[in-house]
Design a protein around this ligand. Structure first.
Ligand code: HEC
Length: 100
């Protein structure tokens, strides 16, 4: 990918608002990939829910509950502590169903 035209248009894009949101989605996706290591599967034996049908708002509220300890958990309390509110919002936007 050493095409200079590609790099120039990428530079122009990065100055626009559109690119700002595109980068935000990309960042959310990168972080969400970590979650999908456990949550992305269809393996019901694992009993870890697939988050793709969850409303984004629910992912956010549950991550906050894990983080502040109001919802007890095995691993999620530790995961939730690693992300800021902004990061949780990006992850939820990528993983969940919006507008619910
Ligand atoms: C190591 C495996 C693992 C990873 C990685 C992981 N989770 Fe979880 N998640 C679990 C388990 C296990 C539970 C059940 C609660 C518990 O025991 O911690 C859970 C529960 C949840 C729930 C609640 C589901 C429900 O039905 O109420 C949400 C929301 C969630 N995780 C979001 C995330 C997000 C967002 C990430 C990435 C930042 C993530 N998880 C990463 C294992 C994981």
């Amino acid at each position: 990918m050493k095409n200079p035209r590609y790099l120039i248009s990428l530079g122009i894009l990065s100055m626009s608002l559109f690119s700002f949101s595109a980068q935000a989605v990309e960042r959310g996706q990168l972080m969400a990939d970590t979650c999908l290591a456990c949550h992305g599967g269809t393996n019901s034996e694992a009993m870890i829910p697939n988050l793709s049908q969850y409303p984004s708002s629910m992912i956010i509220s549950q991550m906050k509950a894990f983080r502040d300890g109001s919802r007890p958990a095995t691993v999620m309390t530790r995961h939730a502590k690693g992300y800021s509110d902004e990061e949780v919002a990006l992850i939820a936007k990528y993983l969940g169903v919006q507008g619910q």
